[in-house]
Design a protein around this ligand. Structure first.
Ligand code: PLP
Length: 421
C-alpha cells in the first residue's frame, strides 16, 4: 500500500529515491534558471531534449558528409528505410500492430489526410461529432473538410459540451449524442486527452458507440500519446494521429504519427491520397504509372522521410522502450496525485483544479482554473523558475512528466506557489 503523502521536501526526496525511473531524468537537458534546474512542467506542450539527440544528429550530418546521396543505403541508419525503425516502438506506445502505425508529416496534416480517407459523406451520412473546445487546429480542419463537401459547419458538426457549470464532458453525453445522430453520423473525432482540461476520454466506449451507428471513429492523440495507456487496435479505433513534440520529447515541429486500423490499412480500396513513399516498396523506383499502396499505415506516406526531423524521435522512442509505458504510467499516476495533494494544502490562492480527480480519467496534466489573479500568479511562477503553460482566459496547465520530472519538482512548485502572497 502506498503511504499517505507529506508536504515536506524530505518526503518528496524520499519518493525520488525509491523511484525506479529516477535515472532517466539525468538523460535530459533541463532548462536553467539562475544556474539551477527550472521546474519544467511544460512537457504537455514541448517535451525536453535528451542528451542523445546531439550525438545522433551529428552522426547523420557525418553520414551525409561522408556518403552524399549514397547515404540512402549506406548511412548507419539508411535513409531509404529510416521511417521503418519507428513502427515497432510506436506500435507499443499506441497499442497497435507495427503495420498500423507510421511516423510522418505533422499532426494537422495527418488529420486532414486521414479525414480524406474516413470522412467521405454520402447518402445523408455527413455529420461529425467532436468535443466542444477541441484544439483550434482540429476545429479548423473539420470546419474546412465539411465545407469542402458543401456542408454548413453549423449543421454538419455536432459539438459535445460539458453540462452547465461543469468543465469536463460526461461519457454518457458523448455516447448519447452518437446514438442520437444515428445514420446521419459519418465520423466521430475526439481528442484522446483534452488539451485544456486534461480529461482522458473513454476511447473504447466512444469507438464502440460510433461503430454501432455505422460511423468511423478517430482520435487526436496529441495529449495522450506517451502519456496514457492506449490500445487502439483492440479498441477497434479506425484512425488516429498525434504529434511527437509533447510527451514524446522529439523536438519542436517534430515528425507526427498516424495509425490506421489494419482493416482499412490493408484494404487497397480504402481511399488515400498518394505519393511515391506510400507506394509498394518493391515498385517505388520503377517510376511507373498506377499507385499500388504499400501495406498498412505506411501507404499514407507521401514524401521521403525528413531524416533530420526524425533524429530526436529516434532518441526519444529508445528511452520509452527502456523506461516502459507501464512503469511511466505508474509513476505518473502517483506523481500527479502528489501534486494534487500539495495544491490542496494551499488556501491563499483562489483556483479550482478542473482536471478530473479520477486517475483513470486523466494523464499527467492538471489544469488550474483561477477565479482571479491567474496571470499574476503565472508571471510570478515564471519569475521564480517554473516553466508552466498559460491558457487564456484563466488557466495554468502543469504537467509533471514521469520521464524526467520528480517529486522534488512538485514540492518546489508548491513552495514557490506558497510564497506568492
Ligand atoms: C490537441 C492538439 N491538436 C492539434 C495540434 C496542432 O499540432 P500541429 O501544429 O503539430 O499540427 C496541437 C498542438 O499543440 C494540439 O495540442
Amino acid at each position: 500500500m502506498p503511504q499517505p503523502f507529506e508536504a515536506t521536501l524530505e518526503y518528496a526526496r524520499s519518493q525520488d529515491q525509491i523511484d525506479i525511473l529516477h535515472s532517466f531524468r539525468e538523460r535530459f537537458l533541463i532548462p536553467q534558471h539562475n544556474d539551477k534546474n527550472s521546474v519544467y512542467f511544460c512537457g504537455n506542450s514541448l517535451g525536453l531534449q535528451s542528451s542523445a539527440v546531439k550525438y545522433l544528429m551529428n552522426a547523420e550530418l557525418d553520414d551525409w558528409a561522408k556518403y552524399g546521396v549514397e547515404g540512402h543505403f549506406e548511412a548507419k541508419s539508411p535513409w531509404f528505410s529510416y521511417h521503418q525503425q519507428f513502427a515497432a516502438p510506436l506500435a507499443k506506445i499506441v497499442g497497435a500492430k507495427k503495420e498500423e502505425v507510421v511516423a510522418m508529416n505533422t499532426l494537422t496534416v495527418n488529420l486532414h489526410l486521414l479525414l480524406l480517407s474516413f470522412y467521405r459523406p454520402k447518402n445523408g451520412r455527413y455529420k461529425i461529432i467532436m468535443e466542444a473546445g477541441a484544439f483550434p487546429s482540429d476545429q479548423y480542419a473539420i470546419e474546412t473538410q465539411v465545407r469542402m463537401y458543401g456542408y454548413d459547419p453549423n449543421e454538419a458538426i455536432i459539438e459535445i459540451s460539458p453540462r452547465t457549470g461543469a468543465h469536463t464532458i460526461e461519457d454518457e453525453d458523448i455516447l448519447k449524442a452518437i446514438a442520437d445522430a444515428g445514420d446521419s453520423l459519418a465520423v466521430v473525432l475526439f481528442g484522446g486527452v483534452n488539451y485544456y482540461t486534461g480529461q482522458l476520454f473513454d476511447m473504447k466506449a466512444i469507438t464502440e458507440a460510433a461503430h454501432t451507428v455505422g460511423a468511423y471513429c478517430g482520435f487526436d492523440l496529441a495529449h495522450a500519446v506517451g502519456n496514457v495507456p492506449l490500445q487502439l487496435h483492440d479498441w477497434q479505433v479506425d484512425f488516429a494521429c498525434w504529434c511527437s513534440y509533447k510527451y514524446l520529447n522529439s523536438g519542436p515541429g517534430a515528425v507526427g504519427g498516424a495509425y490506421v486500423h489494419e482493416l482499412h490499412g490493408n484494404n487497397p480500396d480504402t481511399f488515400r491520397l498518394a505519393g511515391w513513399w506510400g507506394n509498394d516498396e518493391q515498385n517505388r523506383f520503377k517510376m511507373q504509372k498506377g499507385f499500388v499502396p504499400a501495406n498498412g499505415a505506411a501507404s499514407w506516406q507521401m514524401s521521403n522521410a525528413p531524416v533530420f526531423n526524425m533524429v530526436a524521435h529516434r532518441a526519444s522512442l529508445d528511452l520509452f522502450d527502456k523506461a516502459t509505458l507501464p512503469a511511466l504510467r505508474e509513476k505518473s499516476i502517483r506523481m500527479t496525485a502528489y501534486m494534487e495533494y500539495l495544491l490542496a494544502q494551499l488556501s491563499h490562492l483562489s483556483f479550482t483544479i478542473i482536471t478530473p480527480k479520477d486517475p483513470a480519467k486523466r494523464g499527467a496534466q492538471l489544469s488550474l482554473l483561477f477565479a482571479n489573479r491567474g496571470r499574476e500568479v503565472f508571471d510570478a511562477l515564471t519569475a521564480n523558475g517554473v516553466i508552466a503553460d498559460w491558457r487564456e482566459p484563466n488557466v495554468i496547465r502543469i504537467a509533471p512528466v514521469p520521464m524526467y520530472n520528480n517529486f522534488e519538482d512538485c514540492y518546489r512548485f508548491f513552495e514557490i506557489l506558497n510564497e506568492i502572497k
